[in-house]
Design a protein around this ligand. Structure first.
Ligand code: 9YT
Length: 129
């Protein structure tokens, strides 16, 4: 069994602070369970275009408000605590956090992240191997 607290991750190599977001990687590839789990902050007023072509990602908002636009359809969905989105088609999307408050998201990736990833120029993470 693996038991840890967010406080065990903050300030370590698994606490990845990038421009506009900060991802605290709680469970990653080394755990050997086939998925990873992050507690991610999307910084206030930021906008991000991502396309996880190598991964499936499900995201559950637990704090803050914003929106996600599906770039295949142009449809924008509001995000608030309790909203979940699942990128089951590796959907290219734009994620926005409202001005004035961050969004805090629990993110599950399959295959699992190694814990260190940052996006490449296409908005994807490389495969671990
Ligand atoms: C919600 C989202 O895609 N944020 C970008 C960071 C990424 N999810 C991560 O590594 O936690």
């Amino acid at each position: 069994m693996i038991v840890k607290h967010l406080d065990d991750v903050i300030g370590t190599a698994a606490d990845v602070d990038a421009e506009g977001w900060n991802s605290r990687r709680l469970i990653y590839k080394d755990a050997g369970v086939g998925y990873s789990v992050n507690d991610t902050i999307i910084k206030p007023g930021t906008e991000h275009e991502f396309e996880y072509r190598n991964h499936f990602e499900t995201v559950y908002c637990i704090e803050g408000e914003g929106e996600i636009t599906d770039l295949a359809t142009g449809v924008t969905h509001a995000i608030r605590p309790g909203t979940l989105y699942c990128l089951n088609r590796h959907d290219r999307h734009v994620l926005r956090a409202n001005k004035g408050s961050h969004m805090r998201m629990v993110c599950v990736f399959n295959p699992p992240l190694t814990g260190r990833e940052v996006h490449d120029q296409t908005g994807a993470y490389a495969l671990a191997d």
